[in-house]
Design a protein around this ligand. Structure first.
Ligand SMILES: Nc1ncnc2c1ncn2[C@@H]1O[C@H](COP(=O)(O)OP(=O)(O)OP(=O)(O)O)[C@@H](O)[C@H]1O
Ligand SMILES: [Mg+2]
Length: 317
């Protein structure tokens, strides 16, 4: 049995299909990154898995249980940080943990939990006086009170400075090392890439890509390419004088040549040199997760953006 199994999940808000038939599963001890633009349906999906929202269709199993019908049993085994986590202002992290332990009716070691979330230095400070990062760590601490098997972290690092984000990453990695299964949403793709074993990219309630980050880049990225800073005239010259596929981005004043073979770069540069025209910086690059994400979730730019020199041979976005 897999700890998380979601199949053909649907949720409507009136006529809006917030979640429109998504399926995925997560193995034990895995970090699963749920990515997507604002309004893609990530929080809705997470809240259904947590048993906080009722679904309109499909199946969800959390540790073999239906989170809506068996909410009580599911809540005992999961930890949650909501997207907008906040807590009673005049409470210290230590008191908050004890309060939660009482609520859940479980025994826990608050000092160990505070240590686990790297918050052992601010245990007696009121919540209202903690920094953003320390508040998130308090949220993480509370999600651990019942020693959960699965953690749902909805944007645990949004708005934090780079160091605070990295501190949370360390906590997440330590939790993974302890065998916890973690669902993570984030708008920071580097974070998803650093932490996730698998990711799903959602858009308009659907999953538009799923797999490891490498698989997704391989499947949807455009492979290695040469970029030359120069004019459209130069792009046309290279196109006319080689067998290469050439496109031109007016906004970035960049000529792009997909490299089927690395030696193609030599032919392109030789043609550029031969043209007698000026050209600037050159580089080869491959799509990153950011590039693929933008291709998959944004509307086509239209004619003002990148155009293929070869008419009708528009590059796939
Ligand atoms: N309670 C609700 N009632 C009506 N519409 C809702 C409700 N909750 C969410 N929505 C809508 O459902 C869609 C998905 O919202 P959701 O919060 O799941 O997106 P998200 O991917 O988490 O976005 P973000 O990255 O901004 O957190 C949005 O269009 C949102 O406006
Ligand atoms: Mg959200």
């Amino acid at each position: 049995m897999l700890p998380i199994e979601v199949s053909d999940l649907k949720k409507n808000y009136g006529s809006l299909k917030a979640v429109d038939g998504i399926s995925f599963s997560v193995k034990q001890g895995e970090v699963f990154g749920l990515l997507g633009p604002n309004g893609a349906g990530k929080t809705t999906t997470i809240e259904i898995m947590e048993g906080l929202r009722e679904r309109d269709g499909g199946d969800v199993k959390i540790l073999g249980l239906d989170p809506w019908k068996n909410g009580y049993d599911v809540h005992k085994k999961i930890g949650v940080i909501p997207q907008e986590f906040t807590f009673i202002e005049k409470t210290t992290p230590r008191e908050a943990i004890l309060y939660y332990a009482d609520l859940f009716n479980v025994k826990c070691d608050p000092d160990q939990i505070l240590k686990d979330v790297l918050l052992d230095e601010k245990t007696k400070t009121y919540f209202e006086d903690l920094s953003g990062g320390q508040k998130r760590k308090t949220g993480l601490a509370l999600s651990l009170v019942n020693n959960p098997e699965i953690l749902f972290l909805d944007e645990p690092t949004t708005g934090l400075d780079p160091n605070a984000r990295r501190a949370i990453w360390e906590v997440i990695r330590n939790l993974k090392a302890k065998g916890k299964t973690i669902i993570l949403t984030t708008h920071y793709l580097d974070e998803a890439q650093q932490l996730s074993d698998h990711v799903a990219i959602m858009d308009h309630g659907r999953i538009v890509a799923i797999g490891t980050v490498d698989e997704i880049i391989h499947q949807y990225g455009s492979g290695e390419r040469l970029e030359i800073q120069g004019t459209e005239k130069l792009a046309e010259y290279i196109k006319a004088n080689t067998e290469l596929e050439v496109s031109y981005d007016h906004t970035r004043r960049t000529i792009t040549i997909p490299l089927k073979k690395r030696i193609d770069a030599l032919a392109a540069l030789a043609a550029a040199e031969q043209s007698g025209m000026e050209w600037g910086e050159i580089q080869t690059r491959e799509d990153s997760l950011d590039d693929v994400f933008i291709k998959l979730v944004s509307e086509p730019l239209g004619e003002q953006g990148e155009t293929a020199i070869d008419s009708g041979k528009k590059r796939r976005r």
